[in-house]
Design a protein around this ligand. Sequence first.
Ligand code: PSV
Ligand code: MN
Length: 392
Amino acid sequence: MSALPHLPAGVLDTLRRQHIELPSWAFGNSGTRFKVFAQPGVPRDPWEKIADAAHVHRLTGVAPTVALHIPWDRVDDYAALGAHARDLGVGIGTINSNVFQDDDYRLGSVTNPDPAVRRKAIDHLLECVDVMDATGSRDLKLWFSDGTNYPGQDDLRARQDRLADALAEVYDRLAPHQRMLLEYKLFEPAFYATDVPDWGTAYAHCLELGERAVVCVDTGHHAAHTNIEFIVAVLLRAGKLGAFDFNSRFYADDDLMVGAADPFQLFRIMYEVARGGGLAADTGVAFMLDQCHNIEPKIAGQIRSVMNVQEATAKALLVDGDALARAQRDGDVLAANAALMDAFNTDVRPLLAELREDMGLAPDPMAAHARSGYLDEVTAERVGGTQAGWGA
Ligand code: PSV
Ligand code: MN
């Protein structure tokens, strides 16, 4: 490695074994409530979504798994889907549940006042664990759109009780090697009170459930100006940071490419991850993307996102820990800040290009993708059928 000869020990190894999980739904059509713009070559089923994810992994070398969303990715034979993924050089990762798109869920899923609706929602979550058994997945991700729009609409406290009961039933169903990731989100679709609105609520439920219930931090799910790296530091310290859903936002839950809106924030988050041991070989932190490429090409959007996470990670690893600790001990505010800023301001692209070549990859995955002709190929192949999208 010649680009940066004075690398702290272990940096290259950490970057080489980085594991970023891709969301199957990023390859399908998506949009806003105003319009979904269909794109050529979009997959028509989970098999084709996995093929696209595998292409991203072939070019980046650090995206070896793809997350599924059930029922969007429902198939008859999950073991066969897993084998298909393996044949293409990737694996199936986290199973995402979906209890937010049925008419029954108008007033909530697991916190709905109607026990029959709660039963239906819990049964879906249990079905997702069956899927995990078939795919060999470790993680079940739970996000609930549950909440209320008006004060008095329902009993806030009773909804927490219903949530706790549902989570306990699902937690009990998990095999010893499986985990539950509880994701929080401030608002949307509920506008008054969301039942799992913040990391504190998620953390409290996870604590009650047990060791294998951990929090998922979706970087788009906070109020503006929330200090997300602080949340990351606190959860890691408590052993309760289970995963990230990476994306970036300018306004609300925009689901834009990670690192696009605020690369400095992503760097600060990755610094706290590194500081808290979250990049260790045996890390319990899953690094997933949760994004929608509404107007940009989807496969290239995923490649760019993976590279953005790599760049933020590399910068975080370049922080001179000794200099930083010394400055902090001495109360040298400016030197301490400079230690972080020096790393952030380092251009790590040459380092990552060399690393890729060392891994037998092209130095620039974006250019390699353009050269590969993959998109033209699948566009020609994927004729007929219905393109995947939300609800498909
Ligand atoms: C909710 O906004 C969310 O972040 C959850 O992770 C969902 O499963 C996902 O988006 C759907 O794209
Ligand atoms: Mn998410």
